[in-house]
Design a protein around this ligand. Structure first.
Ligand SMILES: C[S@@+](CC[C@H](N)C(=O)[O-])C[C@H]1O[C@@H](n2cnc3c(N)ncnc32)[C@H](O)[C@@H]1O
Length: 279
């Protein structure tokens, strides 16, 4: 993300009424001003500077809510989260991917916002910190399988699943998503790169619903092609990243309509977050 490339120490995203607002922590005024110029000139975004007391400078991801969607808040274990009706996901990233604030994770959570998870069996394929598995469990899934090929990710997922009190519904295993039995799974969440999307495509073909990210906007058509047994129902983008919600073509008429339309389609988001339907 451009902010981290320019020295950001923390980035929080908050979505309300279709507007995505970023709060970016910078180490000093000079670097903040130069980032504001970059955001304005290169990305056409409104940005303003707010200076805070010295103690805030030390504030990092450890004290901010890093992602807030309509339904979920992702925050570090010690972060203060305002009372709300949202599900709070407490994440200690350990050595695994991310802290829950990566644009692709945020896009996945925003697509999950619109899916009725009650009673579903979900696979989090490439769980990293376990953020999506925990979101699925807190969102009402009855069974969640979280897998990752990376040993540290599996450890991190286990610790976060325990921390969030959902271990009775989330099974965490070290496994490869290209080689797993998915016969009982209703929904696959896969925030993995395009090459991994291609690897897992034959395995996930039989699953009624997929939500994927980890791909760039320029890779959307290749991703749709990889999952061509499914129809793309909703595509969200954030910066250069994209996420897609798919339904299996043959189950199309059986899948209940999901309320995935964010107000972003009617009110322009800042930063530029786009939402579009393909069918
Ligand atoms: C981009 S991270 C996503 C982490 C988390 N799900 C999120 O959304 O923040 C991708 C994860 O997929 C894992 N991964 C990559 N290829 C995989 C495969 N074939 N099977 C299972 N996990 C895989 C990586 O080890 C990594 O932890």
């Amino acid at each position: 993300m451009v902010a981290f490339d320019h020295g950001a120490t923390a980035v929080g995203t908050e979505e309300a009424s279709g507007i995505v607002q970023l709060t970016i922590g910078m180490p000093d005024v000079q670097s903040a001003e130069s980032l504001i110029e970059i955001l304005r000139i290169d990305h056409g975004l409104d940005a303003s500077l707010r200076t805070v007391d010295e103690s805030w400078k030390a504030q990092s991801i450890s004290t901010m809510a890093v992602t807030t969607t309509r339904r979920f808040v992702v925050a570090a274990p010690g972060a203060t989260v305002e009372e709300s009706a949202r599900e709070v996901i407490r994440l200690d990233p350990g050595a695994a991917f991310g802290h829950g604030g990566h644009p692709t994770t945020s896009l996945m959570l925003r697509l999950l916002d619109g899916i009725d998870l009650a009673g579903t069996r979900v696979l989090d394929l490439g769980s990293g910190t376990g953020v999506l598995a925990i979101a699925a469990a807190k969102g009402g899934a009855t069974e969640v399988l979280a897998i990752d090929t990376d040993h540290e990710a599996v450890e991190s997922t286990r610790a976060n699943v325990d921390r969030n009190g959902v271990s009775s519904r989330v099974d965490v295993r070290r496994a490869d998503g290209a080689d797993i039995d998915l016969r009982h799974i209703d929904l696959v969440l896969a925030n993995v790169t395009l090459d991994v999307q291609r690897l897992i495509a034959p395995t996930v073909r039989s699953v009624p619903r997929l939500v994927v990210s980890g791909v760039l906007c320029g890779q959307v058509s290749d991703t749709r092609n990889a999952h061509r047994s499914h129809d793309a129902r909703h595509i969200l983008t954030f910066g250069s990243w994209a996420a897609i919600r798919f339904c299996a073509s043959e189950t199309r008429s059986q899948v209940p309509a999901t309320n995935t339309q964010t107000p972003a389609t009617t009110a322009p988001s800042k930063p530029k977050t786009t939402s579009r339907y393909t069918s």
